[in-house]
Design a protein around this ligand. Sequence first.
Ligand SMILES: *[C@@H]1O[C@H](CO)[C@@H](O)[C@H](O)[C@H]1NC(C)=O
Ligand SMILES: *[C@@H]1O[C@H](CO)[C@@H](O)[C@H](O)[C@H]1NC(C)=O
Ligand SMILES: *[C@@H]1O[C@H](CO)[C@@H](O)[C@H](O)[C@H]1NC(C)=O
Ligand SMILES: *[C@@H]1O[C@H](CO)[C@@H](O)[C@H](O)[C@H]1NC(C)=O
Ligand SMILES: *[C@@H]1O[C@H](CO)[C@@H](O)[C@H](O)[C@H]1NC(C)=O
Ligand SMILES: *[C@@H]1O[C@H](CO)[C@@H](O)[C@H](O)[C@H]1NC(C)=O
Ligand SMILES: *[C@@H]1O[C@H](CO)[C@@H](O)[C@H](O)[C@H]1NC(C)=O
Length: 394
Amino acid sequence: MPSTLTVLAAGILVHSGLDLRSWGALAAKLPSTAQIIDQKTFNVLSDVPPPSQANDSTVFLWPGVTEESLTAKPFHVYDDEFYDVIGKSPSLTLIATSDTDPIFHEAVVWYPPTDEVFFVQNAGAPAAGTGLNKSSIIQKISLDDAEAVRTSSNSSEEVTVTTVPSDPQVINPNGGTNYKGQIIFAGEGQGDDVPSALYVMNPVAPYNTTVLLNNYFGRQFNSLNDLVVHPSNGDLYFTDTLYGYLQDFRPYPGLRNQVYRYNFKTGAVTVVADDFTLPNDTGIALGFYGRNLSSPASVYQFDVIKDGTWQNRKTFAYVASFIPDGVHTDSKGRVYAGCGDGVHVWNTSGKLIGKIYTGTTAANFQFAGTGRMIITGQTKLFYVTLAASGVKLA
Ligand SMILES: *[C@@H]1O[C@H](CO)[C@@H](O)[C@H](O)[C@H]1NC(C)=O
Ligand SMILES: *[C@@H]1O[C@H](CO)[C@@H](O)[C@H](O)[C@H]1NC(C)=O
Ligand SMILES: *[C@@H]1O[C@H](CO)[C@@H](O)[C@H](O)[C@H]1NC(C)=O
Ligand SMILES: *[C@@H]1O[C@H](CO)[C@@H](O)[C@H](O)[C@H]1NC(C)=O
Ligand SMILES: *[C@@H]1O[C@H](CO)[C@@H](O)[C@H](O)[C@H]1NC(C)=O
Ligand SMILES: *[C@@H]1O[C@H](CO)[C@@H](O)[C@H](O)[C@H]1NC(C)=O
Ligand SMILES: *[C@@H]1O[C@H](CO)[C@@H](O)[C@H](O)[C@H]1NC(C)=O
């Protein structure tokens, strides 16, 4: 029987001293929800259309695949290294939908004590009417609910999405991260009079908030976007961009678009990097106004050195499908980004090892501990089970 042969062959390989990695690769069984993608099958195409027809916003289909085949087995294995990420039986489940109003946007944060995941609505999305007239909202779901939907035989079942009444309200939140049992949100601000700010929120009722920072030496931030607490130095790094202005709910930018660092002990705010087209590295999309296909759709890598400053800027990856938005690493240092067709995964050397293919924009995502992930796809919310774990929470 072939399976006996495999086991026997594997045993021989181990005993003859070959490393365990190649043994693992040999023994790896392709999960039923995964498919192997061999890039050589599309490196030479009989017809390669011009940029006006094939670009960041088109779905790339090559001979032998269809949109249906790509979504039917959504775990795309580009490299054997991806088996460690997905494990033996990964799953991708659509757990909630919203019609046109995009309510599943960014700031995906897992709160372990209640096993809930928080996320926010898109600020400035025309269909949502958010931005100037009304703030985008914070919402949450329970992972027990997500698991129940995954295992349910009724495919139209959805999780309950609850609005979180932050108080005072976090205005136009966009980024979020864990901090010592609380959640810090980056609020983009609203009009001329509500400055962009960082808010600390209590993740349980009454969801009270405290503003942590709302100016740079008396000057308003443009529209704070995303943030993360560094696991070893404990500082908060955050990005400021002009999206609030591009989306018509903030004044013309009064500061450079750049990356800042905040020290909780001293309150010091310093700049660690600039010279991005738009940090969150989405220059290609020009906010929402047209496209410049030769601008970055890139992920950059820096070394965070001992004193907390950054050096050795390096272009880590460039994505072909829309823009890399939410960027997170896992416990092994692999890099994940939400892109136009799903979550792309690179090894630490910037090699694409796989995709979690949603067939729609994955605006952001976050691990919920070990083996679970939530992906926000604007009008779709997905729950993923896999083998990888998120980084230890700050
Ligand atoms: C990208 O391709 C689509 C067709 O797939 C086209 O409608 C669009 O105009 C193209 N974008 C640019 C910037 O050329
Ligand atoms: C804000 O409200 C005004 C008045 O109701 C309306 O004309 C405008 O279109 C709204 N703007 C947005 C961005 O929803
Ligand atoms: C399936 O779930 C939907 C949404 O909750 C519900 O309306 C429907 O009645 C359920 N169908 C069955 C057969 O239980
Ligand atoms: C929320 O309120 C409690 C009780 O007053 C307080 O201890 C806590 O610091 C507050 N949290 C935030 C984030 O404001
Ligand atoms: C990144 O940019 C897009 C606009 O292209 C914006 O909607 C989104 O909120 C930004 N998100 C993050 C996390 O950087
Ligand atoms: C597009 O972006 C490139 C590089 O960022 C820049 O040199 C070029 O002028 C831009 N083109 C337009 C039409 O804005
Ligand atoms: C990532 O992939 C590249 C190209 O296959 C390989 O050279 C490198 O060793 C891999 N890095 C890791 C950390 O596995």
